[in-house]
Design a protein around this ligand. Sequence first.
Ligand SMILES: Cc1cc2nc3c(=O)[nH]c(=O)nc-3n(C[C@H](O)[C@H](O)[C@H](O)COP(=O)(O)OP(=O)(O)OC[C@H]3O[C@@H](n4cnc5c(N)ncnc54)[C@H](O)[C@@H]3O)c2cc1C
Length: 387
Amino acid sequence: MLPEVLDTPQRKPVRELAQALLSDRLPTQRTLEVDAAGAFPGDVWAALGETGLLGLGISEEVGGSGGDVGDSALVTLEIARRLPSLAVDYVLCGMVARTIAEHGTSDQRAWLAGIAEGSRICAYGLSEPDVGTDLLRLRTRAEETADGWVLNGRKQWISLAEHAELIFVLARTSPPEEGRSLAHGLSLIAVPTDQPGVGIQRTHLAGMRAAGTCEVVLTDAVAPAGHLIGTPGRGFHLLRDTLNIERVLAACLSLGIGRGALDLALSYAGERSAFGRPIGGMQALQHGLADSAAELGAATSLVDQAVHALLAGTDATSLSAMAKLISSETSARITDRGMRLMAAHGLSVETPMQMFFRDARLQLFSPVSNEMVRNMLGEALGLPRSY
Ligand SMILES: Cc1cc2nc3c(=O)[nH]c(=O)nc-3n(C[C@H](O)[C@H](O)[C@H](O)COP(=O)(O)OP(=O)(O)OC[C@H]3O[C@@H](n4cnc5c(N)ncnc54)[C@H](O)[C@@H]3O)c2cc1C
């Protein structure tokens, strides 16, 4: 079941294109190999670029493939049903492209065609070893020089960094000012990776293994003056503009994981027998599957409302936060039930249930943690700010 707003005749060609590409390039066996090796599947990325699926949500005038955020949401969900870690990269790359399309100069917008084609990979460098949820306290600094910017600092958990041509680094360009938000003075700068000042080291993770997540060390790394996006000191504000979209896409990623895990659990329940009958006939397991289907349906409806709000241009802040929260908690529960239902086979690296189970964990704290989402929703309910 898809969010209704994504299940329209107009979006059918996008869905069919994504499904055909993914079933061709990512059959289950390949998915398991890619995940086990922690290898970013560059060929699939290139195919997403060639077919125009990477450029969705970015207008054709600036090098994208047109379409809207609903199309990006649909493709995110379809990718996540097969290989959630690739959907992480798809969402991040789309976020970078959106920011450039909306706030970039004409020179910066010239990067978009390559991003949409898949030939220019970009990463988002926000998180740091000591700073995640409290991003505004980040320590990376960028000093202005006659030619541009010199950056020093460490970024952690940066997906796609080892394949990226540019890392969009959030760095402090002016010191915090008393009485002003810490957001003031942070800037977003596109740092070229082909220089000695950028050290990139792969991080080995238990989940989202094919996302290509890395630590990035910036030691007098240089970026040309024209690589600062938007207005100096307003980098965090640019990101804030796209937060609702990011949360809705993260919610779709979770729905994809939930769908993939539920489909797998259902088919296993029909194949596996115990006490001379299929385990799917046992009421205890049926109840779990019924709960998973019902919860996925509820999360899908919430995502549907959030996408509607984004497309209508109405305030999507609470809806996108709720959609992110509920869909991630739902996919964590569905994958947990899937693991129990498949028992030893769930733990086997020969089926994707263990991958869905591990990958669903990221969704609980990224791109924003569910505790923080609850804080924000509490505040939106009129309660005192708790953070
Ligand atoms: C696979 C993967 C890919 C990633 N890709 C990227 C990427 O490409 N670019 C990037 O910049 N980052 C990326 N990240 C980082 C991700 O965005 C962070 O993990 C996320 O923001 C949470 O930060 P943290 O892990 O440092 O947790 P912390 O901020 O350290 O949080 C720890 C705990 O404290 C809780 N907490 C913190 N503050 C509060 C509060 N005020 N109230 C209640 N609870 C609170 C959190 O909810 C959490 O439970 C990635 C991470 C992973 C694992």
